[in-house]
Ligand binder design. Structure first.
Ligand code: PLP
Length: 239
């Protein structure tokens, strides 16, 4: 945030300044400091663009995303997200002022020069949006499942970062151990991809778990028990 303030100060006189951030970061599952970003945006007359790829569908009363959950929607000039993650379909969206959308429709080359989404996908998106808006219980279930899974891993002694999102990173450190950990979990029917540098900083290779509203409590506690045992076996946890 200090770096951002420094840059905004440096370019104070520029007419257009755009702050761009994810709402939830993909590799740590933590949230961007959106309130502070919105305050800086106001202070410096900048624009704010938020990518809700990992938070759309999951936060907000109707799944609008983290900006709505925090009541910051009025501060976001460019609100985007993908429909390929929690929405379970394909495609993406950008929400903004009419002028911005018109400008994108006329100028955005990747949009102009690629084929439009097929009707089957658009129908899927429409169905998905309907479910996401109406079935708030799925979000509640997901957040309950996430709390259970996160606390099971924490109680077992793992380092899983500070986030509260359904993206749960388990920091292993060493690349080889992360791969062996992931392989051992796969044998137990648990899919957790080993994420290694350069996707994450050196020495912070990790397993990345993604939870869903259909995961049952027992599945999660059983998974945590397997993760615990394998962690001990591979020396990620000390006995
Ligand atoms: C922050 C962020 N934005 C956008 C995307 C792109 O999503 P898609 O694969 O649906 O194009 C991703 C994909 O992982 C992402 O992490």
């Amino acid at each position: 945030m200090e770096h951002l303030r420094m840059l905004l100060n440096k370019y104070r006189d520029k007419r257009r300044k755009l702050i761009v951030t994810d709402a939830v970061f993909s590799m740590d599952g933590d949230q961007a400091p959106l309130r502070e970003l919105a305050a800086l945006k106001r202070e410096y007359g900048a624009m704010l663009m938020v990518d809700e790829a990992h938070s759309g569908g999951i936060y907000g009363g109707r799944g609008e995303g983290l900006c709505h959950e925090l009541g910051l929607q009025g501060d976001v000039d460019i609100h985007m997200g993908t429909l390929s993650k929690s929405f379970g379909v394909y495609g993406a969206y950008i929400v903004g002022r009419r002028t911005l959308i018109r400008w994108l429709v006329n100028k955005a080359r990747p949009l102009i020069y690629s084929t439009a989404l097929p009707p089957s996908i658009v129908t899927g998106i429409s169905m998905s949006l309907d479910l996401v808006q109406k079935e708030h219980w799925r979000r509640e279930r997901l957040h309950t499942a996430t709390r259970l899974f996160r606390s099971s891993l924490r109680d077992a002694g793992f380092s899983i970062g500070d986030g509260d999102s359904p993206i749960v990173p388990l920091i292993v450190g060493d690349n080889d151990t992360a791969l062996r950990f992931s392989g051992a979990l796969e044998e137990e029917g648990i899919l957790a991809v080993a994420i290694r540098p350069p996707t994450v900083p050196d020495g912070t290779a990790r397993l990345r778990f993604s939870l869903s509203a259909v995961h049952m409590d027992k599945e999660l506690t059983d998974a945590a028990a397997h993760i615990h045992n394998i962690g001990l076996r591979l020396g990620v946890l000390s006995p």
